[in-house]
Write a new protein. Structure first.
Length: 87
């Protein structure tokens, strides 16, 4: 039962992380409701992404940079989920 709760929490976190990633692609008025929601998503996802970003800075491609930390986090969470689901 406790494993099921952990799996559900990780799956919810993956959905929130994905929502934040998609939202980061669009410009947002900083005073809108949408911006408040994005800030809330950032408060939830940043505590896990920040340590990964310290280890692995964004990949520089010319004048732009790609943050690979969410991809790493997705990969790690999927590994944890597969281990827990086989438990």
């Amino acid at each position: 039962m406790i494993v099921r709760v952990i799996v559900d929490v990780i799956q919810l976190y993956i959905v929130l992380l994905f929502a934040r990633l998609i939202a980061s692609w669009f410009p947002v008025d900083p005073w809108s409701r949408w911006a408040r929601m994005i800030r809330a998503l950032a408060r939830i996802t940043d505590p896990v992404l920040t340590p990964i970003r310290r280890i692995m800075p964004p990949l520089r491609l010319g004048g732009t940079a790609i943050d690979l930390s969410p991809i790493v986090l997705f990969f790690v969470l999927e590994i944890i989920l597969s281990i827990l689901q086989f438990h």
